[in-house]
Design a protein around this ligand. Structure first.
Ligand SMILES: Cc1ncc(C[n+]2csc(CCOP(=O)(O)OP(=O)(O)O)c2C)c(N)n1
Ligand SMILES: [Mg+2]
Length: 573
């Protein structure tokens, strides 16, 4: 007997209608019998299904969608291996605190624990990397579980991040009584506004407006607070660093931006303000070994960004935009005590270094192997990037070069989880969400391989991204670590594979480029014929800042060798 086709008021139908009501226009998914009722109902509701080739990529896509749009990202994967494949994506969203909803199926309830096909307790597997992980067996509870899961994903009353729900297939097929389909659970929930404690605002103003060398650092939680942040920087006259999580909030032209003096400014500041930013490894865990005697002001609406590693002398538990606006208005006309020479000196040094980088990138000499330096490729790409381009960077050495060599208002990379392989799926999701903006994926060849099969997805779904592979025939940052630390290279070389040939096999415009002078025209063609791929041969001899800093060999106390030395010396007193 064929199963009945699920109706709009089956549990599957209710899930689909919920997604639709919450503004979900597309889901990233890979099919399977356990989730088919939900799949077909989502399709019936007009939700676009971006069908991928590996569940990991589906979650990466949902993650990029969430980060770039600020809306919920949704992935739908099947039971058993569908879910286990998705785990890297879920873990990455967990570390990045991205609002992603992952939906799956489990064996029909009568087969549970009997050795059914694809039977596995998924919730136990994902519990430590999600904010909410439940199996929903009772059709009448489907709606309220979804409502709660989405609230948790956005960090309403907790940390933001991925959430997980699965449903036995028989539950998905079951009818949900109309009476229990409460309208309140479908209704979109606006983000909660947390206002800062006025006493904490006054204390922060006192500390900040008497600081001589204040530094502001932003992260995930500051997204969307751009106008309030810029006004606050203008009033206080502080210097400013963004991080990979918050690129583009403050334009390069703003006088507070001193990105190219990062190391210096971190040691010189007397007050450090973190806005929606964890003091994780990228910020030396906030250690006094690096930040000296600096005092901290912490502003965040999520606990991890409010008080990880270092207490703030003032902690503002509030929506960052509201907190920054409150600081600016409480300071009123009070003159700031900022050492203007210090701030302008840093700005000058930043501009000189940025200019020098721009000038030298395009003329960085080839390696002794005659292959071009990755900076030549990045300079050629930067020269063609429209102002509103979205850049996705991925790789080891190449990520290190691309992070500083490409500038754009919107940027994604493997993030604090170091999740290489995200480039292709992130780029696809970005280009589907913003079809009118140029999406550039700049990826190392090793990183490219993980999700290279998704080029097929890009072609089928007409996701107009441009994929540029820096082909150095190796996991080069690891090669460099092995050669310099161990004097031997083992298991880290790849081949100069024909990635363009692979892209063409999926019907994508693709070219291999071996000479820098051929780049501008090839880039023009790729931009016009999107989706497109350029397989650019670069020298493995280029040693990146990340390779030199010790990041690759993972020192004991701190992520970078210089910080590790400083930490050791500081601990010894
Ligand atoms: C999933 C995953 N596997 C392995 C690593 C370790 N790793 C970090 S960078 C890197 C090399 C990346 O190679 P490629 O993308 O070719 O960039 P290249 O260094 O050659 O420029 C590796 C293996 C990681 N961070 N994540
Ligand atoms: Mg490589």
């Amino acid at each position: 007997m064929n199963p009945p086709k699920p109706t709009a008021s089956s549990a599957a139908g209710v899930v689909a209608r919920f997604l639709k009501a919450r503004g979900v226009e597309r889901i990233f998914a890979l099919c399977g019998g356990h989730i088919m009722p939900l799949w077909m109902r989502a399709d019936a509701e007009g939700i676009r299904i971006v069908d991928v080739r590996d569940e990991r990529a589906a979650v990466h896509m949902a993650h990029a969608h969430a980060e770039l749009t600020g809306k919920l990202g949704v992935a739908l994967v099947t039971a058993g291996p569908g879910l286990t494949n998705a785990i890297t994506g879920i873990a990455n969203a967990h570390v990045s605190r991205a609002p992603v909803l992952v939906l799956s199926g489990v064996v029909p309830t009568p087969q549970e624990n009997r050795g059914g096909l694809q039977d596995m307790v998924h919730t136990d597997l994902v519990r430590t990397i999600t904010r909410y992980a439940r199996t929903v067996r009772e059709p009448a509870l489907v709606l309220q579980e979804l409502d709660e899961a989405v609230s948790r994903a956005f960090g309403q009353g907790g940390e933001p991040g991925p959430v997980y729900l699965d449903f036995p297939t028989d539950t998905l097929r079951a009818e949900v009584a109309l009476r229990v389909q409460l309208e309140e659970h479908f209704r979109p929930k606006p983000p909660a506004l947390l206002l800062p404690d006025p006493k904490a605002v006054d204390a922060a103003v006192e500390l900040l407006w008497s600081a001589r060398r204040p530094l502001v650092i932003t992260g995930r939680g500051a997204r969307g607070a751009g106008p309030e942040l810029r006004r606050f920087l203008d009033k206080l006259g502080a210097v400013y660093l963004d991080t990979g999580e918050s690129r583009g909030l403050v334009p390069d032209e703003h006088p507070s931006v001193v990105a190219a003096t990062r190391g210096t400014v971190m040691t010189e500041a007397d007050v450090v303000v973190t806005v929606g930013r964890r003091l994780d490894f990228q910020l030396a865990f906030g250690s006094p070994a690096v930040f000296g005697g600096a005092r901290f002001v912490r502003i965040a609406d999520a606990a991890s960004e409010l008080r990880d590693n270092r207490r703030g002398e003032v902690e503002l538990f509030a929506s960052p935009a509201a907190a920054l606006a409150a600081l600016s208005s409480a300071a009123s006309d009070r003159p700031s005590a900022v050492d203007r020479d210090w701030a302008s000196g840093l700005r000058k040094r930043h501009l000189e270094r940025a200019e020098k980088l721009r000038a030298t990138m395009a003329s960085t000499p080839d390696g002794s192997d005659g292959r071009m330096h990755p900076n030549r490729l990045l300079a050629a790409l930067q020269a063609k990037l429209p102002r509103d381009a979205i850049v996705v960077a991925d790789g080891g050495d190449f990520l290190s070069f691309a992070r500083v060599g490409l500038s754009s208002r919107s940027y994604l990379d493997p993030g604090p989880f170091g999740c290489i392989g995200v480039g292709v799926p992130f780029g696809i999701a970005a280009s589907l969400a913003f079809p009118d903006r140029l999406v550039l994926v700049a990826t190392g060849d090793g990183s490219f391989g993980f999700n290279a099969i998704e080029l097929d997805t890009a072609v089928r779904h007409r996701a107009p991204a441009v994929f540029v592979v820096a082909n150095n025939g190796a996991w080069q940052i690891e090669v460099h670590d092995q050669a310099s630390t161990y004097g031997r290279v083992a298991g880290t070389r790849l081949q100069f594979a024909d990635h363009a040939g692979m892209a063409r096999a999926f019907g994508m415009h693709a070219e291999r480029v071996e000479r820098a002078e051929d780049l501008p025209a090839a880039i023009d063609r790729a931009f016009v014929r999107r989706p497109a791929l350029l397989d650019v041969v670069v020298t493995p001899e280029a040693v990146s800042a990340d390779a030199k800093s010790g990041l690759a060999w993972v020192p004991d106390l701190q992520p970078l060798a210089a910080w590790d030395d400083a930490e050791r010396a500081w601990r010894q007193g």
